[in-house]
Design a protein around this ligand. Structure first.
Ligand code: GA4
Length: 328
């Protein structure tokens, strides 16, 4: 059994128990179909969230990394702590970020360059760091390729050129993309308490695009435009795509970064893996001139990814981080 150490259960936010509302029509986009470009744009405009099928990521990469993650999270607590604390990279337990946010989860946070993955693998898998390193590297190359394909289709759907206008930011050698493995242990006490517990509190992702894959355990919820929360049925064969704040800015708010959260489950462990595609630190984040209509003005002040990231790391998880950069 996995025992999560401090902070204790009562320090984590409980969420009112509402009947689970499942996402009305979660856009499921088949990337092999020619109409996918238009559907991707529509989903980014309406929800900032969708799932993709026929994504081309080999199942063995997904299973290989999930098996390594499960192996790590099953280690005794003192062993896992050797890979921590997460500042911000490494093993973290319940504490999220540096400003007092907590949730019912443990996680590993990584930079995505091969050198740092391989170095960190030594603290994660003492028996066989090479296996962990290669499982993570294989998965990362495949998921980065998927993120770039989605971004290129979005550029085509928006009729902006060149088609790599977004994807080149992730392909940059100095791209600041990161990756996280999350484990939400079951919390049986919730049954008796009759309420929900925050696994990962509500937030938007600061980056350009996030690609999330989870096992078949529920928990992910999305906030709709009217502020209501809906549960996303888990689907271990698909990848969920989340529009980040930076893509919202680059499209001058045509695309919406989606607020999302994860609730803990009473019975089952949830394991998720998320790739956060980000630009290089020096990169300016601003609406693309080719997207702006004649006379349209930017809704945002100019900033670099480095400035946005700095400001994110002094914010609380649920804060409206883009608010600080909106023109008044
Ligand atoms: C949210 C998205 C990613 O998980 C993350 C998170 C990061 C962290 O866990 O260290 C942050 C959070 C995320 C935004 C605000 C700050 C930073 C925790 C937090 C309170 C890795 C990221 O890039 O931003």
């Amino acid at each position: 059994m996995v025992v999560l150490s401090q902070p204790a259960l009562d320090q984590i936010r409980f969420v009112e128990n509402q009947k689970p509302t499942f996402y009305p029509v979660i856009p499921a986009i088949d990337l092999s179909k020619p109409e996918s470009k238009t559907l991707l744009v529509k989903a980014c405009e309406e929800f900032g969230f969708f799932k993709v099928v026929n994504h081309g990521i080999p199942l063995e990469f997904v299973d290989g990394l999930e098996a390594e993650a499960v192996k790590f999270f099953s280690l005794p607590q003192h062993e896992k702590e050797k890979a921590g604390p997460a500042n911000p990279f490494g093993y973290g337990n319940k504490r999220i970020g540096p400003n007092g946010d907590v949730g019912w989860l443990e996680y590993l946070l990584f930079q995505t360059n091969v050198k740092s993955i391989c170095q960190r693998s030594w603290a994660i898998s003492r028996e066989n760091p090479k296996v962990f390193c290669s499982a993570l590297s294989d998965y990362l190359s495949a998921v980065k390729k998927l993120a770039c394909e989605v971004l290129e289709s979005l550029a085509e759907g928006l009729k902006v050129e060149p088609r790599n206008v977004f994807s080149k930011l992730l392909m940059d050698e100095e791209s600041d993309s990161i990756f996280r493995l999350n484990h939400y242990p079951p919390c049986p006490e919730l049954q008796a308490l009759g309420c929900n517990l925050t696994g990962f509190g509500e937030h938007t992702d600061p980056q350009i695009i996030s690609i999330l894959r989870s096992n078949n355990t529920s928990g992910l919820q999305i906030s709709l435009n009217d502020g209501s929360w809906v549960s996303v049925p888990p689907d271990h064969n698909s990848f969920f795509v989340i529009v980040g704040d930076s893509l919202q800015v680059m499209t001058n708010a045509r695309f919406k970064s989606v607020r999302h959260r994860v609730l803990a489950n009473s019975f089952k462990s949830r394991v998720s893996m998320i790739y956060f595609g980000a630009p290089a630190l020096r990169e300016k984040i601003a609406p693309l001139p080719v997207i702006m209509e004649k006379g349209e003005e930017s809704l945002y002040k100019e900033f670099t990814w480095c400035e946005y990231k700095k400001s994110a790391y002094i914010s609380r998880l649920a804060d409206n981080r883009l608010g600080l950069f909106e023109k008044t």
